[in-house]
Design a protein around this ligand. Structure first.
Ligand SMILES: Nc1ncnc2c1ncn2[C@@H]1O[C@H](COP(=O)(O)OP(=O)(O)O)[C@@H](O)[C@H]1O
Ligand SMILES: [Mg+2]
Length: 389
């Protein structure tokens, strides 16, 4: 097992996630699935484990859509992924691989990336070919970072293009329900993209035939197992590994990426780590100016995906919340925010709090007198408090 924060792991090194995977297969038996959660919680590794240990009856095709900016690129990437899929017969593999290189200029000389009516036929054709090679299996499209693709598409080709593709995919899902299934993952919530499409005048509900789920933190037991497996790669004293592992799980919660980082810090010590070293390693993630765990990402993404007004509201809420030692009831939180910025209305704050919860910054929990709010991750909260507030 390799200490490898942010890298691609072998499927055998993907720890736990069995409950999530079983749940996702259960959903996919009947409908499509949108899985969203913050970046680096382990979505890609869950989906790759599903592909590598695929249930019988499916032909899984995995595509990372992060770099796809146009419908032409999407179609090309479907052919590319089909060419690489282990479920594709060898003779078709090379043909798919060739097509992926030729598109879009070869097919019908389509003037892309301009969206015209032809792409719909090309896309439907790509799925027809996949359904064909799948025999009696269901083609399962594992579309990683789908909302990011829509966001890119919207910027490159306009909101209408993004909406058209959503509508087209929805129609495909319904027409080919017995042969085609989609699992979308997203580090930016699909709701953020849909919201901006709605602002641009589109009012459909293009994914409400799919079930939306959030990836939960890894359960404590699995987080400890992961930490222990990684610690075995360091000079940790074997008899202390179990205590060290549970200390790591307590300090960072079930966020596997952060577990890899903490063990990486401990590995740098070049001597057997003790329990105090764990706290020091966590502190280094927060204070090191090189920001090894990329915690500033949580601030940066507000600039990318929120409007200016939403971003300043979100910062007021998060800066306020970072200074509070425990989950806070709504009214108290609203009052504290208004103390910072008296011109704010309750309704504005409520709305941004909903967005932040949908976007995994914030979590609502049941309190004695109604909902209380706090950061979803204590490590992020600590970073926010130390570095921003
Ligand atoms: N189940 C897991 N077991 C071990 N390490 C994991 C697991 N899930 C995630 N990781 C670690 O976290 C990093 C980020 O995971 P990734 O699947 O790329 O997240 P996401 O797709 O949500 O951004 C991986 O590179 C790996 O270091
Ligand atoms: Mg990913």
């Amino acid at each position: 097992m390799q200490i490898n924060p942010g890298g691609r792991l072998d499927t055998k090194d993907v720890v736990g996630r069995d409950a999530e995977i079983a749940r996702y297969w259960g959903v996919l038996e009947r409908q499509g699935l949108v899985v969203s959660a913050e970046r680096r919680i382990g979505k890609t590794h869950i989906v790759l484990k599903m592909r590598d240990e695929c249930r019988s009856g499916y032909l899984p095709i995995y595509q990372d859509l992060e770099a796809v900016h146009s419908i032409a690129e999407l179609i090309r990437s479907i052919y590319g992924a089909a060419g690489r899929s282990s479920g594709t017969p060898p003779d078709l593999k090379s043909r798919f691989a060739k097509w992926s290189g030729l598109l879009p200029s070869k097919i019908a000389g389509v003037d892309l990336p301009t969206v015209d009516s032809t792409w719909q036929a090309l896309l439907a054709d790509a799925f027809d070919r996949l359904i064909d090679i799948a025999d009696n299996r269901i083609v399962l499209m594992l579309w990683d970072e789908f909302p990011l693709m829509l966001h890119n598409l919207q910027r490159r080709e306009g909101p209408d293009a993004a909406m058209q593709i959503l509508d087209h995919l929805r129609a495909l899902r319904s027409e080919r329900a017995d042969r085609l299934r989609f699992l979308f993952t997203g580090s930016i919530g699909l709701h953020l993209v849909l919201r901006s499409l709605r602002k641009a005048g589109n009012t459909n509900a293009p994914v409400n035939d799919m079930l939306s789920l959030t990836v939960p933190p890894m359960v404590h037991r699995d987080t400890c197992d992961l930490a222990a497996a990684l610690l075995r790669e360091t000079s940790a004293v074997p008899a202390q590994i179990s205590d060290l592992a549970s200390r790591i799980a307590d300090e960072v919660g079930g966020f596997p990426y952060h577990v890899h980082h903490v063990v990486d810090q401990l590995d740098q010590l070049r001597r057997p780590p003790d329990l105090d070293d764990v706290s020091a390693a966590v502190d280094r993630l927060i204070y090191d100016s090189s920001d090894p765990a990329d915690l500033n990402y949580y601030v940066e993404r507000l600039s990318s995906y929120y409007t200016d007004e939403e971003r300043s509201l979100a910062l007021i809420v998060l800066d306020t919340m970072a200074g509070l030692s425990s989950p806070t009831p709504l009214t108290e939180l609203l009052n504290l925010c208004k103390h910072r910025e008296p011109s704010l209305a309750d309704e504005q704050l409520r709305e941004v709090l909903t967005v932040l919860a949908e976007d995994h910054y914030v979590e609502a929990r049941k309190g004695a007198d109604g909902a209380t709010y706090d950061f979803r991750w204590q490590l992020v909260k600590k970073w926010w408090k130390e570095r921003r507030s």
